[in-house]
Each structure stands twice: as structure tokens, then as C-alpha cells.
Design a protein around this ligand. Structure first.
Ligand code: SIN
Length: 486
């Protein structure tokens, strides 16, 4: 097993964190976590089942009573301390993240800062859960609106952002006065457990934040969604799994936030600044080796600038360095597992069979089956599977278009609606296109839209709810109105 050297070795924990304690390990029931670059086992982690999940829910229920009655200022100062501790331990947390997830260390450090920024933001918002007064409908009626925590929350989080997708849910939940049970991905549980170590050190009371580590996702998901104690489910992951969780949550009519799959269009109009568009394309496509829900999935380029854009895009990705995320200068790490490579490879083969032209890449490196070359496919068309599939890998198909009307129709021709991007300089067109795109987020002349201060989320089958920003607390609060007769 890999020996991981950290400045703060206690960040490495191998068992679930429930009711303020890391459970003692059951030597028989554990699952292994591997480094995607070397396949080396880096940890054996305690495997929770339904019993431990019930314990975590019960602990969160008890803790709720004292956590929700703290003032916003009290909760804020504890969250602030957690934020500071995360930044103090940024290097170690990034190392753990890269070892279990594979992304380049510099990107992992960026994720730790991004993740911490949600805690800082919601520590501030904790103080500002304002209500409302409404002029009464009768002379002797006074109407007030107050907001209260929804109660116990369950969060199911993905492997592509093992830190930030947890803090983006936990921070607003805790700020609002809720308690939470998190089930991290079985591929990346160590980052979640390290967050729990620092949460405890920051003074987050026992039972307020629980981490259930497991590879029995179906059974544990069933307990979380069917529990009548759990009042809300927040999930980030694929649309098919989101639909199952939604169905399972229906019987107890839970509040739900679903951050599901995307199929982002990236449109380059004829009046775009092509160099800037290429820069945005590289940033949005190859971040995390293409494994984010907001990565551009389909590049639509006006036919008059298609050749120029393609040539410059190819030249730019030749500069990317594929390899071990722990090595200096590497910009693209491995894909998460074999299944992901097979999926991407199948899409690339299908595209070439249907007339696509590989302009660069198109296969894994001979040295490592999980390292996929940054790839550009020219001459793409809507019959290809990748037109309607979330690629989740470093592959950029380029479609050429002629008119604004045509490209809007193509861009919206998908069941999902998370992120979208376009480049152009005509102001009227910018408004028209921004309003016509059926997406929750639109990047205009930028390929990077993720930030704590803006509402992240999608429409259509990309889900519901918003994370980050002033809107991010709403998902963890119930609105209650008081009608007072005087
Ligand atoms: C995601 O892939 O789910 C999130 C990406 C981001 O926050 O930018």
C-alpha cells in the first residue's frame, strides 16, 4: 500500500465519521481506494452499510436540536474557523485529492481554495437569513415571513470534485442551521474524511457533519432517500442516478437539489476574438481532463472562422502535458477508471465511423491505459453519439454552422441544460443568444464560469436548485409565514 507523507498526518483517516467519531475499522468489511495514475492501492476504507447510515441519520437528528438554535453569528464563526483550517492545510488536502482522484496538483490546490470559498461565503450568509414583512390583506392582519432550517440533510457527492462538491452543500446546510450526512464517492472518500478532521478541529459539534464511507451506494442511497428523518437530498452526479434518487425521495416528499449532467455547447460566432475563444475552449474543455459537468461538450464554429479556430485550437492543446498529476508541469491527469476510458473511446470510434476527422489525439497513451490524449475531432455532425452524450473526457468535437438560428437550434437540441458558452462581439446578438440558450448558466466570451458568488445549476434534465451565491441558502431553508391578527 502506498505510503502517503503529509505535514499533518492526522488528515488521513480510513473510517466513517459519525457522531463526532471516526468509527473503529471492521477489518473484514472495507473497500480499497486506488491512485488512478499508478493503480496502486492508497487506502482501505471502512465500508458502511445500512446500520451505520441509520446511526449517522440518528446522530444528525439529535445534533439538529442544539445546532439550529445557535445564532447565525455563532454558526458563522465556527464555519469561518473551518475555512481557515482548510486553507492552512491546503497543500496536504491537495495531495490527498490528487492521489485519489488524479487531477494535477496545481488544479487540486485550486479546488481546495474553491471548496473553502463556499465555507467562507456561507459563513457570511449565516448572519443574513432575512425574513420579510408583507402589508396585511385586512386592517387587523399583520404578515411576517421567517426562514427556518429544513432539518437533517443527506448529500451524495461525486468523485470529480472530492472536496468542493462537499463544501458547496455542507456549508450552506450548516449555515442555515441544518445538520448533514454526506456519502462521498467510493472512489474518493479520503478528501471527505480529511474535511471531517478539520471540521472537528474547527468546533463543529458532534453529529452536525457526518461522513458515511461505503461502496454499497445503492443500499445506502435507499436508506438516505427513504428516511423520514432526512428532509432534504442534495445530489451531484449523473442524470440517470439523479432520476432514481428523485423517485426514491418521492414517498417522503423530500426537498431535493439535483446537480446533474450537462452537454454544454461552445459557440464561436464569425465576429469572435478567435484567440480568446481558443483560450476559453482549452480552459473549459480540458479542466480536470474533461471530467466536469460544465466542460464544453460540443464546439459549434461559424464556417467562415472554422479553419482558423481549429488550427489554433490544435496548436494550443499540443502544449498540454498528460501524465501523473503529482508531477510538475502536468496539465492533464488520468481518467478516473477503465470504464471512463472505454466510454470515451467508444464515442471517438463512433465519431470517426460517421465521418469525423481526428485533428489531434484520439487514443490513450501507450504508457498508461488511463491517460487519454487531448483530442479534437473535426467535421463533427449531429448523427454522432457524442452529440447527445456527456463525453466526460478530453475530447472536443467541432461542428461547423452557418446561421445564428441554426446554431441556437443545434445548441438547444438536448434534454439537459447546465452550462453553455459563446464568443462574439455584437451586443444585440449577445443578448439574443444569451436569452435563447436553454441553459442555467451562460459564459459570454469566457470559458470559466464556476465561482462561489454566482448561482450554479441547471434546467431541464440537468436538475434543480442552485449552489453558491445568495441563492444557495434557499435550498436549505423552509419559508414560513405568520398571519397575526391584532
Ligand atoms: C461539476 O462538475 O459538477 C462542478 C464543476 C464546477 O463547480 O465547476
Amino acid at each position: 500500500m502506498m505510503n502517503i507523507q503529509l505535514n499533518n498526518p492526522k488528515l488521513l483517516q480510513y473510517n466513517a465519521y459519525i457522531d463526532g467519531q471516526f468509527l473503529s475499522g471492521n477489518k473484514k468489511d472495507f473497500f480499497t481506494v486506488s491512485n488512478p495514475f499508478s493503480s496502486e492501492i492508497i487506502a482501505k476504507v471502512g465500508n458502511c452499510g445500512t446500520e451505520e447510515t441509520e446511526l449517522a441519520i440518528a446522530a444528525a437528528k439529535v445534533a439538529l436540536e442544539s445546532w439550529k438554535i445557535l445564532t447565525g453569528i455563532e454558526r458563522s464563526s465556527i464555519l469561518r474557523k473551518w475555512f481557515e483550517l482548510i486553507l492552512e492545510n491546503q497543500d496536504d488536502l491537495a495531495k490527498i485529492l490528487t492521489l485519489e482522484q488524479g487531477k494535477p496538483l496545481a488544479e487540486a490546490k485550486g479546488e481546495i481554495a474553491y471548496g473553502a470559498s463556499f465555507i467562507e461565503w456561507f459563513a457570511e450568509e449565516a448572519k443574513r437569513v432575512y425574513g420579510d414583512t408583507i402589508p396585511g390583506h385586512q386592517p387587523n392582519k399583520r404578515i411576517l415571513v421567517i426562514k427556518q432550517p429544513v432539518g437533517v440533510v443527506a448529500a451524495i457527492t461525486p468523485w470529480n470534485f472530492p472536496n468542493a462538491m462537499i463544501t458547496r452543500k455542507v456549508a450552506p446546510a450548516l449555515a442555515a442551521g441544518c445538520t448533514i450526512v454526506v456519502k462521498p464517492s467510493e472512489l474518493t472518500p479520503l478528501s471527505a474524511l480529511a474535511l471531517a478532521v478539520l471540521a472537528e478541529e474547527a468546533g463543529i459539534p458532534k453529529g452536525v457533519f457526518n461522513v458515511v464511507t461505503t461502496d454499497k451506494s445503492v443500499a445506502v442511497g435507499q436508506v438516505l432517500t427513504s428516511s423520514s428523518v432526512v428532509k432534504k437530498i442534495s445530489f451531484t452526479g449523473s442524470t440517470p442516478v439523479g432520476k432514481i434518487l428523485l423517485k426514491q425521495s418521492a414517498d417522503t416528499v423530500k426537498k431535493v437539489s439535483m446537480e446533474l449532467g450537462g452537454n454544454a455547447p461552445f459557440i464561436v460566432f464569425e465576429d469572435a476574438d478567435i484567440d480568446k475563444a481558443v483560450q476559453g475552449a482549452v480552459a473549459s474543455k480540458y479542466r480536470n481532463a474533461g471530467q466536469t459537468c460544465v466542460c464544453s461538450n460540443r464546439f459549434f464554429v461559424h464556417q467562415s472562422v472554422c479553419e482558423e479556430f481549429t488550427n489554433k485550437f490544435v496548436a494550443a492543446i499540443k502544449e498540454l502535458k498528460v501524465g501523473n498529476g503529482m508531477d510538475e508541469g502536468v496539465t492533464i491527469g488520468p481518467l478516473i477508471e477503465d470504464k471512463a476510458v472505454c466510454f470515451v473511446d467508444d464515442l471517438v470510434k463512433d465519431a470517426t465511423e460517421r465521418g469525423g476527422q481526428i485533428m489531434h489525439g484520439g487514443k490513450t497513451l501507450d504508457s498508461n491505459p488511463l491517460l487519454y490524449e487531448p483530442t479534437i475531432i473535426g467535421n463533427a455532425n449531429s448523427d454522432m453519439k457524442l452529440f447527445s452524450s456527456e463525453i466526460f473526457g478530453p475530447v472536443a468535437p467541432i461542428f461547423s454552422f452557418e446561421t445564428e438560428e441554426e446554431v441556437i437550434q443545434l445548441a438547444n437540441d438536448t434534454s439537459v441544460g447546465l452550462a453553455s458558452y459563446f464568443y462574439g462581439n455584437n451586443h444585440s446578438k449577445i443578448w439574443r443568444v444569451a436569452e435563447a440558450l436553454e441553459y442555467g448558466m451562460v459564459g459570454i466570451n469566457t470559458g470559466m464560469i464556476s465561482t462561489t458568488v454566482a448561482p450554479f445549476g441547471g434546467i431541464k434534465e440537468s436538475g434543480s436548485g442552485r449552489e453558491g451565491s445568495k441563492y444557495g441558502m434557499d435550498d436549505y431553508l423552509n419559508v414560513k409565514y405568520l398571519c397575526w391578527e391584532i
